[in-house]
Design a protein around this ligand. Sequence first.
Ligand code: CUA
Length: 313
Amino acid sequence: MEPQSMLQPAGVQAQAIRALWDLMLAVTGSVWFLVAGAICIALWRATRRTAPQPVATRRMHAMIAWSTAVTIGVLFGLLGAAVWTGQRIQALDASNALHITIVGHQWWWDIEYADPIASRRVRLANELRLPLDRPVVLRMTSNDVIHSFWVPNLHGKLDLVPGRVTMLRLRADRPGRFRGQCAEFCGMQHAHMALPVIVEPRGQFDAWLDGQRQPAHLPHTAQQQRGRALFETGSCASCHAALGTRAGARTAPDLTHMASRLTLAGGLLPNDPASLEAWLRDPQAIKPGNRMPVPGLSERDRQDLVAYLGGLQ
Ligand code: CUA
């Protein structure tokens, strides 16, 4: 995963923000050196004087007027650059865009890829895949409190507000894996509300999206079969969904292809059997306050569930 940084842009919008940052750094850095230099010269002159000199008032007034004018000019210049950057960011042509809905929850991201045909929509959680060089429109809202979508390598921040839809347009122009993070304090586990973002070439992305449309894999082994029965009839199905099974609840992350994701628990754990096992043993010990109750499974049931869920590629 690349460093979570706006200094390493991977998209058109982030590039524009980086250019504005460079300009502001150059201008304010130059001003700092000019002022520091002027102070040094004044101090150096003062040490060489023996008697205090009368101040030439007219010259001083002219200097103050000039400095004020230059300061105002610089500030308006930077304001103009900021407005222009804002317009450049908004100007993305979204006629051929991919539309994705993102709903913030305490403390996970619910993601749905739109499609006019309902059966072709793809729902997943806590991971965002984007096609390279194609405009994307993110329609965002929140289910509970205010969250904020922030993937600095791709764009600036935008809040997810309950009862309102906010829109972010972006286009990634470099493949890679980036880290997104909720950027608005949203409760106890705010820091553990990460969002890995994978940008990949169109062909690869389309193949992935097609794969995500498929129903959950059928169990292969007897252990996986027991795991699936447990998943469908136990408490999992009252919150989670997996396409092609009897579990269809939407209050918790969709698990249809959960084994294909990079992380578990909102970016907190790597997605491997040991972490999944630990999570199912006691999710409250790992991420205190999250909405998943302790399942209270027997050792065997837990192993069966890990075998089944771990096979949902
Ligand atoms: Cu969600 Cu902070």
